[in-house]
Design a protein around this ligand. Structure first.
Ligand SMILES: Cc1cc2nc3c(=O)[nH]c(=O)nc-3n(C[C@H](O)[C@H](O)[C@H](O)COP(=O)(O)OP(=O)(O)OC[C@H]3O[C@@H](n4cnc5c(N)ncnc54)[C@H](O)[C@@H]3O)c2cc1C
Length: 288
């Protein structure tokens, strides 16, 4: 391995100063689970890694605001998020999703910020965060800006986060009476990357309001299935609606083939898993 500098600035401001937007060999370091693999394979040869481990309390905490909004620092490890009592209580869909994400060794090290910034299209959490209407706070030399998770990834491993910016935290609005669920399919071992993941959420007043149906892993980037959303809006769930929603989703989904399945196989998965995710959300309790 080529020698490189590893720096651990004591604040977010110091970390930002150490980034070099015009030099892709200077990168922030979070859990390192993705970066180390890239380095071991020789794909990425860093000049400087800027560890965010000591970059401040804001990046390390999980907090519920008085209005019920959940704030998660970028350096919060996925396992800490999985086990946080307030997350389990108020946002159970996040804990359920994390329990099937990779394995406990990865979750003990990987962080929320690294997970999102890496922007692997197969990632499990982005569809869930999009369904919940989450935003990211990005900090850079020009200050901070909020970006909806829905618009954060622009393609394979590409995001709107600039080279001189860092993800600071994610904010998730209170669940209220929103129902939510995530259903995924792995085609190899149970802890493998998903071939497909579907997150759904809607406001429940007896009928389905403001639904979101988000497809991940089978597309270039997490994608809302808006025709299927429109089909279920204002309706109540029954077997016929589940079937039609699955069909509409499969019809509109722009899926891509990869090592985990062909286009036709993934279309069939979309049909089945949209219905499963909707049924799971409908069967669970709506938040009080
Ligand atoms: C064996 C294995 C299996 C996995 N399986 C799954 C799976 O099934 N499902 C799934 O969803 N995920 C899976 N993952 C991915 C994992 O969840 C993490 O998302 C990922 O490895 C990166 O997290 P990290 O904190 O280690 O990031 P790092 O490796 O530290 O960083 C990743 C990228 O993000 C950048 N970055 C880090 N923090 C920030 C920040 N705050 N602001 C801006 N840029 C930042 C880094 O510069 C780098 O480019 C797997 C990973 C491994 C190693």
């Amino acid at each position: 391995m080529t020698p490189f500098d590893l720096v651990e600035p004591p604040s977010l401001g110091e970390a930002l100063k150490l980034l070099e937007p015009d030099d892709s060999a200077v990168r922030p370091l979070a859990g390192g689970t993705a970066l180390m693999l890239l380095m071991k394979s020789g794909f990425f040869r860093p000049k400087r890694l800027v560890s965010l481990r000591a970059a401040g309390e804001r990046l390390a905490r999980i907090r519920i605001e008085p209005n019920g909004e959940l704030r998660i620092g970028a350096m919060v490890r996925l396992a800490a998020l999985e086990w946080a009592p307030e997350v389990r209580r108020d946002f159970p869909v996040i804990g359920h999703t994390l329990r099937t994400l990779a394995n406990v060794r990865v979750r003990n090290v990987a962080t929320l910020g690294g997970h999102l910034a890496h922007a692997d299209p197969h990632s499990d959490l982005p569809p869930v965060l999009i369904a919940l209407g989450a935003c990211l706070v990005l900090a850079g030399p020009r200050g901070e800006r909020a970006v909806p998770v829905e618009g954060f990834a622009t393609g394979h491993y590409e995001t709107v986060c600039k080279g001189d910016e860092l993800i600071v935290e994610a904010t998730i609005p209170p669940l209220g009476r929103r129902r939510a669920a995530y259903a995924k399919c792995t085609t190899r071992s149970a802890d493998d990357w998903p071939a497909l993941g579907i997150a759904v959420a809607w406001d429940d007043d007896g009928a389905i309001r403001s639904p979101r149906i988000v497809l991940g892993a089978a597309t270039e980037r997490p994608t809302r299935l808006k025709a299927a959303e429109a089909l279920i809006a204002g309706r109540t769930l029954d077997g016929a609606l589940l079937t039609r929603a699955g069909e509409a989703a499969a019809e509109e989904a722009d899926v891509v083939a990869d090592a985990r399945g062909s286009v036709s196989y993934k279309k069939q998965l979309v049909k089945v898993y949209v219905a499963r995710a909707l049924r799971a959300a409908g069967a669970g309790p709506a938040a009080p």
